[in-house]
Design a binder for this molecule. Sequence first.
Ligand SMILES: [Zn+2]
Length: 302
Amino acid sequence: MGKIAGSLAMASLALMGFVSTAGATEAPDQGKPSFVLHKISDHLYAIGEPHYYQKNYSYLLVGEERALMFDAGANQTEDITQLVRTVTDKPLSVLPSHLHFDHLGGLHNFSSIYLPDLPFVRGFQQDDGLYQVPEPVHLGNIDHLSLPPFKVERLVKPGEEIDLGGYKVKMISTPGHTRDEVALFDEANNILLSGDHLYPSWLLSGNLGDYIDSLTATLALIDKNTTLYGAHADEDPNRVPSMTYDDVLQVRDKMLAIQDGRAKGEKFSDPELIKDSQLYKVVKDISILTDVQFTDGRRYGY
Ligand SMILES: [Zn+2]
């Protein structure tokens, strides 16, 4: 949880119940499309949920042999894979950027699920082999998500490559928002898919020390020309959420200032998700939330 790119119009999508607009390809739901497809390259697509209150963006990676969704979407009723199938017919897997409800709404639509190979995640495996993520981890009560136990096809080690055939990404562990947060680095195209580690809106700090360490590692991995694509849009829900190296540097430096007591926060709440928090503005629409209490009364952090 936590908000370019050129877009593509595909005429044939009307057959599938999706509509094309000048800006992007949309799946209609009584006039309000749940999913909007944006083409970034032949290998990479963003799927936005502009009418969902958290303005989620999931990413579709397409290789010669396989396809991978990075996040399953927030929507629990419409099948995001129907939109995927308008782009590719390759075998499809999903890797959630982390195990929060707004990235798992469509998980049940995938027959192949990847998770990061982390002790925290392995702890969710039951005796029958299935993974049961507890509600205090996925926080699904906020969106009335129930998450039945599911089978995991592959555990991906931090630093390991996922090879989709002619298109490879490296999974990196980026704790701080959550313990299990991961990002995908496409070194050949200098793109980092950054999930909830980095997106251009309110970043929720689960553990400030971990977050700073992960940001420092991210800054060492990327360079001035890297494009980062995150999992939530900024104020404009129709724009694929992107960030730059300098944005990341400013987020990291602001978190260091928060840690040292040099930054001044302000009280912040939001009727849909945040009952109380401290907000620290960074740059553009980017800010950092600490001391978060959700609308259901629970405190956030680890
Ligand atoms: Zn999250």
